[in-house]
Each structure stands twice: as C-alpha cells, then as structure tokens.
Design a protein around this ligand. Structure first.
Ligand code: PRT
Ligand code: MG
Length: 215
C-alpha cells in the first residue's frame, strides 16, 4: 500500500495560514510555492508531500483520492457539494463573509420588495441560488469566475454575491454590502477511503490541526 500522504493546498492565504497548523504537527514545507514553479512540494517528512492546486479544485483532488486531505474554504465546499469528503474540523483560517453587494445608488430593499427579477452576478451560483430561493426572491444568476465587483458598475448585474473581508474592494468600487449571507472559514477535508486506510498516519495530523486551530 502507498504509505505516502498527499496534502492539497492552494497558493496564497490558504497556504500561508495552514503553515502554522502544519508546524504544530511537526511539519515544515521545504519550498515556497510563491517562488517555486513546482506543483509538488516536499516537506521535512519524506512520507508527506504538498500539492498546489487552485482553491476551487482542492475538493476534487481529495474526493478522487489524488490527495488524501486538503484545506478548502466553506464557499468552495458549498459549491462543490462535499461528496466523498469527510470534514472533521473547521480550521478557523482564511476567514471572511459571503455577502450581497450593490452599487451605492441602487435601492436593493425596494427591488426585492417589488418582486422584480434581480440580476445577480457571482462565482458562487449554488450558494446564491439557495440564499435567494429561501427568501423567495426571483433571480437571474450570471456565472462569473472573478472580478465580480465590476458587474454592477458596467450594467451586467444589479447585485453581486461575493466574499468580503476588509471591505476595501467594495469601497474602492463604490459598492455597498446589503446582506450578510454567512460567515466563511476554511475546513480540513479528508478523503473517506484514505481516512480508513491511512488513519494511523492521518489522525495525529488531524488532532494537531484541531488543537492548533482552537488557539
Ligand atoms: O484567486 P483564485 O481565483 O485562484 O481562487 P480563489 O479566489 O478561490 O483563491 P484565494 O486563494 O483568493 O482564496 C481562497 C479562499 O480564501 C477562499 O475560498 C475563501 O474561503 C478565503 N478568503 C478569505 C477569501 C477572502 N478572504 C477574500 N477576501 N477569498 C477571496 N477574497 C477576495 C474576495 O473575493 C474579494 O474579491 O478578496 C476580495 C475582498 O477582499 P476585501 O479585503 O477587499 O474585502
Ligand atoms: Mg482569489
């Protein structure tokens, strides 16, 4: 049996905020993904490697067992559906919120009250669909892959559903947050088969992550 463990992470905030958790499990990644072009990074533990994938691809790698475990935002997991994934812990990292935002001049409350169809641009179509369905608001969802903030400015949509942390991106584009959908943080996700077959190796790391993320 393959004893090697593979951890899927995305570059940027997830990688950076996972490093202290790895440290708590005695693991150091020995190459920097920001400067290295390698997609497979070694660690001080020769039986553990890190693969660098797009944030939204982490659940896919773990679901199919190409990675044994990974770290993904709740936003990404809700869109993916979480099939084949065991989600033991909320790591409390990469925190932000999912919100509805509109142009500063747009009267969102009246638009919603009047029952007209609202054009909503977002990368998070599944979460947006559920949110507006629960409120009984009819929406036309426009799928985007990034830069959602632009959509209301050029008339592509009336509103956006996006992640907000400091709020400075919204502010810079004269958008205002009109609804808080949910708080977002990143979760540890584990392949269900790997959890059974490699439990001895995985459990101590999961435990260390859990302890470190509570601090
Ligand atoms: O960037 P890429 O297209 O490769 O993928 P990604 O955006 O999914 O990855 P990444 O690394 O940017 O985000 C990974 C995870 O971090 C997300 O899935 C979230 O769970 C979490 N996270 C936390 C955030 C933010 N905070 C965040 N602020 N993800 C994105 N943002 C963006 C947001 O979309 C908006 O454009 O930052 C902008 C707003 O930031 P403020 O500070 O101006 O409000
Ligand atoms: Mg990003």
């Amino acid at each position: 049996m393959n004893r090697q463990l593979t951890l899927a992470l995305s570059k940027g905030r997830i990688f950076e905020e996972t490093l202290p958790l790895l440290q708590a499990a005695g693991i150091t990644v020995t190459e920097n993904p920001e400067t290295s072009r390698k997609l497979i990074l070694p660690t001080n533990d020769e039986a553990l490697r890190v693969i660098i994938v797009r944030a939204s691809d982490v659940p896919t790698y773990v679901q199919h067992g190409a990675a044994d475990f990974g770290v993904a935002g709740k936003d990404v997991l809700l869109e993916h559906g979480g099939e084949g994934l065991y989600q033991p812990i909320d790591l409390n990292i990469a925190r932000c919120r999912m919100s509805v935002a509109v142009s500063a001049g747009f009267d969102y409350a009246s638009a919603v009250k009047q029952g007209a169809r609202l054009r909503v641009a977002t990368k998070y179509t599944e979460t947006a669909r559920q949110h507006f369905a629960a409120k009984g608001v009819h929406v036309d969802l426009i799928k985007l892959y990034g830069s959602m903030e632009l959509a209301p400015l050029v008339g592509l949509s009336d509103a956006i559903v996006d992640l907000v942390s400091t709020g400075s991106t919204l502010k810079a584009n004269h958008l205002v947050e009109v609804e808080h959908i949910m708080d977002i943080s990143s979760r540890l996700v584990v392949n269900q088969a790997a959890l059974k077959l490699k439990r001895e190796r995985l459990q101590p790391i999961i435990d260390a992550f859990e302890q470190a993320s509570k601090r």
